[in-house]
Design a protein. Structure first.
Length: 275
C-alpha cells in the first residue's frame, strides 16, 4: 500500500505543484483546451488518491489489530480497498475535466484562461454543492476514517495492556504492547496533525468563500495559491512520516533479534558448563 501512496504523492509533487507554480508565473493559460481539461483532472486526482490510500492503510491496520485471527482474504481485502481507492479517485476527479475549459477574456481576445466559467450555468447552488462535496471527499471523509481507525487501534492496544495476561507471558507481552502503544499513539498524532495542519487553512478559505464571497474575493490571489500549495505539501510529508516510523520499527526489530541471539548463546554456554 505504501507503493500506491508513493505514486499518489509523486503525482502531486512532480505534476500538480510544478503546474501551479508555472501557472501562477504565467498568469494566463497557454496549454489549450484539451490540456486544460487533462491537467484539471490530475490537479485533484493525486490529492484524492493520496487521501484514499491513507484511508486504506488505516483500515488495513485497523483489521490487523482488531481482527488479528482473521487471516483469510487479507490479500484480497487489500487489493479490493486499493482498487476502490483508485476508482473513487477517478470518479471524483472526472468532473474536473468537464467543468474546466478554456475561456477567452471578454474584453481581451488574446487572453485565455482555464476556468469553470459558465460550467454551472447561473446556479450558484450547484457550484457550492460541487465544492462542498469536493471538500468532504478530499478532506472530511478521510480525516474521519483515519481518526476512527487509529483511535480504535490505540484503545484496543491500551485495553490489552490492562487486561490480565498469563504469568509466563505477562512481562514480554506488556513490554511489546507498551512499545506498540506508544509508537501507534505518536504515529496517530503525527498523521492527523500533518493532515489537519496542511489542509485546514485552505478549506477554511474555501468555506469563507462560500459564506461571504464578496469579502473573500478581496483576498490576495497569491495567498490563495499559497494556501493551496501548502495543502499539497501533505503529500510531501507522508513519506517522511511513514519513513521515520518504519525506520524505528526496523531498528527495534534488529535490537530484539540481537537480544534473542544473545539469550540463546547464554543458554547454550550455561548448558555446556552444567554438563
Amino acid at each position: 500500500m505504501l507503493m500506491h501512496l508513493a505514486i499518489a504523492d509523486l503525482l502531486v509533487t512532480f505534476l500538480l505543484m510544478p503546474l501551479e507554480i508555472a501557472w501562477a508565473y504565467t498568469v494566463q493559460w497557454y496549454g489549450g483546451d484539451l490540456l486544460c481539461r487533462i491537467m484539471s483532472f490530475f490537479r485533484t486526482f493525486g490529492l484524492y488518491l493520496s487521501g484514499f490510500v491513507l484511508v486504506c492503510i488505516s483500515l488495513d491496520r485497523y483489521y490487523a489489530i482488531l481482527r488479528p485471527l482473521n487471516f483469510s482474504g487479507i490479500d484480497r481485502r487489500g487489493r479490493v480497498m486499493l482498487m476502490t481507492a483508485w476508482i473513487m479517485s477517478v470518479v471524483c476527479s472526472a468532473p474536473q475535466a468537464y467543468i474546466f475549459h478554456l475561456e477567452p477574456h471578454p474584453n481581451t481576445t488574446w487572453y485565455y484562461q482555464c476556468v469553470t466559467y459558465h460550467s454551472f450555468g447561473n446556479s450558484q447552488t450547484l457550484e457550492v454543492l460541487y465544492s462542498v462535496s469536493t471538500i468532504m471527499f478530499m478532506y472530511g471523509l478521510p480525516l474521519v476514517i483515519i481518526i476512527f481507525c487509529y483511535a480504535s487501534i490505540y484503545l484496543e492496544i491500551y485495553r490489552k495492556t490492562k487486561s490480565t495476561i498469563a504469568l509466563t507471558f505477562r512481562r514480554s507481552s506488556s513490554t511489546v504492547l507498551g512499545r506498540a502503544k506508544r509508537r501507534t499513539l505518536r504515529m496517530t498524532i503525527t498523521i492527523v496533525i500533518v493532515f489537519v495542519v496542511c489542509w485546514t487553512p485552505y478549506h477554511i478559505m474555501c468555506f469563507w468563500y462560500f459564506m461571504d464571497r464578496e469579502n473573500a474575493q478581496n483576498v490576495d490571489p497569491r495567498l490563495q495559491k499559497l494556501l493551496y500549495l501548502f495543502a499539497c505539501t501533505n503529500s510531501c510529508m507522508n513519506p517522511i512520516v511513514y519513513g521515520i516510523y518504519n525506520i524505528r520499527r526496523k531498528r527495534d526489530r534488529v535490537i530484539v533479534n540481537q537480544l534473542s541471539s544473545l539469550s540463546k548463546r547464554s543458554e547454550g554456554s550455561t548448558r555446556k558448563s552444567i554438563s
